[in-house]
Design a protein around this ligand. Structure first.
Ligand SMILES: NC(=O)c1ccc[n+]([C@@H]2O[C@H](COP(=O)([O-])OP(=O)(O)OC[C@H]3O[C@@H](n4cnc5c(N)ncnc54)[C@H](O)[C@@H]3O)[C@@H](O)[C@H]2O)c1
Ligand SMILES: [Zn+2]
Length: 694
């Protein structure tokens, strides 16, 4: 009768052992945690149902994995255990009921804590000095990672106050989300291997043989319990102990609190769940610990975990699924982004079917192929992404060769057939089709009409797509030539795509009124500002703030269109790359035609005098130039000072910030001296200009 279960038990144990090894020893897990948890649960259930199959060396009975031989061993005087897991409110009710039955306290107090997704470590302080740090290992023996831990700034090397002779602090080393994102962005840009998730980032970084590598990866730490302690009397509850740790200068998560009974715990679970995406660190659940030590003692332990604590897990942020195909998408700026279409998978609380691959380098590095089983990660608002391929599960033919070849980025734009190019030193490939590319056309129009650009209310992506499909608009200027009938046709088309078929006369009337409103909105957008127009053109890397600076600096469109890279370089905040992009944009005859067409179709804006001098090291300062300069004319000196933000004035007053006095300066110099205003000679002026790039 046990033939089936026995075989399954052995199979599960083997799978879990393998997963443990990859996870704990290699820091390179092959399966997502969610899958691991399911395997472990299945094994636990089997062993509970068939006690004859139980075994002390089953992974259900053990913590983690034996320490790697890379590091010296550290024996933990007090073992470092794991935690029992709960996935539903019922399990929490059972947990609290169990405690009630054994302690007589049915509304016990708990310490409720976020379950940080990093790795557990033990820090040993002797007489206040940090002497050794170790990983959990198999719970009894860990790895000596003292040198690496010394690089983690959140870990004090010396405790504050009157420290006990021995204090072993347990806690979690983790990689803050921001640091993780920053690292991966950098890695993607530089063609380096990305970190799969913050947990992996923390474990991989801490278990580096070279502490300098660890030091470059910003890790943080929170304390959550104690190991061996000597020379201090501990308070009667866990929460008071955490307060004591804070006094010693150890960081404790600000999300830690106390809660009472199952109701209080579930409330905490909800509360932290809502904050999960916004917390600066990754959590995979929360932990409830019976607060009173006497109650903890009454509950005791099972082999791998305390019975007085439980981890309550949130929906997994990583899951495995199969790649159906690899596609590429063309963005507004022509960026060609690869992504996967996959078997629908439930991750991070929603079902997803697409995940991004970011860029060609990332595809190559991950070597994602059609048919592969991949791990998808979706954390918070971040778009789902492929983090890893489970290579063992790659479909293969009889000879053992992969069924599908590596993916190759297309050399032609899938939307318009134009060549796809990759600029020197850039990871992103782009369609060169510019204004002709329909993919870019939709997005260019959408951007043009958006609220912060031309602000055409009611003209969203849905309608723009219909307009482009109907071939009614090729460029943004065409928007101003559309008729009522064009808009009615556009609406019919959009409705059709969405499966809406209005049949009543009333619907027709409503549509006409709607189209009239849209025409009015387009008409209103004709009256715009130079900065909105500049932003609306969608020049790569010209956002609202650059558009504003350009508008101010030049005052009118024509000088911007004529400006060369050198001139543009002198606009505050415009670097060489952006200057080149602006110049290239306006050098393109097609773009000039579109701008002319906009003007011909009645789009207008106010132009004025250039307003330079608003930003720079001298902004807010008024300068007076007097006397003759040797190196340059006074006008030129004035222009350079203005470029640094100064206001140049002709007369000295109390408001003057400083006076530049050249040869034979007269009354203005005298007046400045009288008012006690700072005076610069030419040498100082030249040094200042040179020091500020003028
Ligand atoms: N993907 C894989 O192949 C693979 C393999 C092995 C383990 N795992 C994952 O590792 C985890 C199981 O390992 P585990 O034994 O470390 O159990 P666990 O992570 O579920 O719980 C114990 C750990 O929680 C951590 N923790 C975080 N905050 C805590 C707090 N406030 N108080 C106490 N502890 C806190 C500690 O590191 C502690 O060791 C699971 O999430 C599992 O999915 C995955
Ligand atoms: Zn294209």
């Amino acid at each position: 009768m046990t033939q089936g279960p026995a075989r399954r038990t052995a199979e599960l144990r083997q799978q879990i052992e393998d997963a443990n090894y990859r996870y704990y020893v290699l820091d390179d897990p092959s399966i997502p945690d969610s899958e691991y948890d399911r395997l472990l649960r299945e094994l636990q259930a089997l062993e509970a149902e068939h006690p004859e199959l139980a075994s002390t060396d089953s992974p259900t009975q053990r913590v983690g994995n034996a320490p790697s031989a890379k590091f010296a061993e550290v024996r933990h005087a007090v073992p470092m255990l794991s935690l029992a897991n709960a996935f539903s409110p019922e399990e929490i009710h059972e947990f609290v009921a169990r405690i009630g039955k054994e302690t007589g306290d049915f509304e016990p107090a708990f310490s409720a804590e976020p379950k940080l997704d990093g790795l557990a470590i033990s820090l040993r302080y002797e007489h206040g000095q940090f002497v050794r740090g170790a990983t959990r290992g198999d719970g009894a023996t860990g790895e000596d990672v003292t040198a690496n831990l010394r690089t983690v700034r959140a870990i004090p090397l010396k405790l504050r106050g009157k420290a006990p002779s021995v204090l072993e602090v347990r806690g979690e080393v983790y990689m803050p989300k921001a640091a993780f994102e920053r690292y991966n962005e950098w890695a993607r840009k530089h063609g380096e291997k990305t970190l799969a998730n913050p947990r992996n980032g923390a474990a991989g970084s801490l278990r580096q043989l070279d502490p300098r590598v660890t030091a470059q990866r910003p890790l943080a730490f929170f304390a959550y319990s104690l190991g061996e302690v000597e020379g201090v009397k501990l308070p009667p509850t866990h929460s008071q102990t955490l307060a004591l740790l804070r006094e010693f200068g150890l960081p404790v998560s600000p999300q830690v609190t106390t809660a009472r009974g199952a109701g209080g715990l579930l409330e905490y679970f909800e509360h932290i769940g809502q904050q999960r995406d916004d917390l600066p660190y990754d959590i995979d659940g929360v932990v409830y610990k019976l607060d009173r030590y006497d109650q903890q003692r009454a509950m005791g332990f099972v082999s791998r975990a305390p019975r007085w604590a439980i981890a309550h897990k949130y929906p997994a942020q990583e899951e495995a699924t199969t790649v159906e195909s690899i596609e590429v998408n063309v963005g507004r700026t022509g960026a060609v982004t690869p992504w996967v279409l996959m078997n629908p998978v439930h991750v991070g609380g929603v079902t997803v079917t697409r995940a991004t691959l970011h860029n060609a380098d990332q595809v190559a590095r991950l070597d994602v192929r059609k048919g592969d089983v991949v791990i998808i990660r979706r954390a918070g608002d971040v778009i789902p992404e492929v983090v890893r391929v489970i290579e063992e599960r790659r479909p293969r033919d009889k000879e053992g060769n992969p069924q599908h070849p590596p993916f190759v980025m297309p050399s032609q734009c899938p939307a318009c057939g134009s060549a796809v190019e990759r600029e020197e030193g850039e990871v992103v490939a782009r369609c060169t089709g510019g204004l002709f590319c329909p993919a870019q056309r939709i997005q260019a129009l959408f951007h043009f009409a958006s609220r912060r650009a031309m602000d055409i209310e009611g003209l969203g992506e849905r309608f723009i797509t219909a307009l482009v499909e109907l071939d009614h608009v090729h460029t943004v200027a065409d928007l101003y030539r559309l008729t009522l009938d064009d808009f009615l046709e556009m609406k019919r088309r959009a409705d059709e795509r969405d499966g809406i078929t209005p049949e009543t006369v009333k619907a027709g009337k409503v549509a006409t009124r709607w189209a009239e409103n849209l025409i009015a909105a387009i008409d209103a957008s004709r009256n715009t500002t130079l900065e909105r127009l500049l932003y609306a053109l969608g020049i790569r890397d010209v956002g609202e703030s650059t558009a504003k600076t350009l508008a101010k600096h030049f005052g009118a469109l024509a000088p911007i269109m004529e400006a060369d890279v050198e001139t543009l370089r002198h606009v505050p905040d415009v670097g060489p790359v952006v200057a080149a992009r602006i110049a290239h944009f306006f050098a393109e005859p097609h773009n000039r035609e579109v701008i002319a067409a906009l003007g011909a179709n009645g789009v207008h804006w106010k132009e004025g005098a250039p307003q330079r001098a608003s930003e720079g090291p001298l902004s807010g300062q008024t300068v007076v130039l007097t006397g003759g300069l040797e190196a340059m004319s006074r006008d030129e000196a004035g222009a350079r000072l203005e470029a640094l933000g100064a206001k140049v004035s002709g007369s000295v007053s109390k408001k003057t910030s400083f006076v530049v006095a050249g040869e034979a300066a007269g009354s203005k110099l005298a007046k400045a001296q009288e008012l006690g205003i700072e005076i610069w000679d030419e040498a100082r002026l030249l040094a200042f200009l040179a020091g500020n790039g003028q």
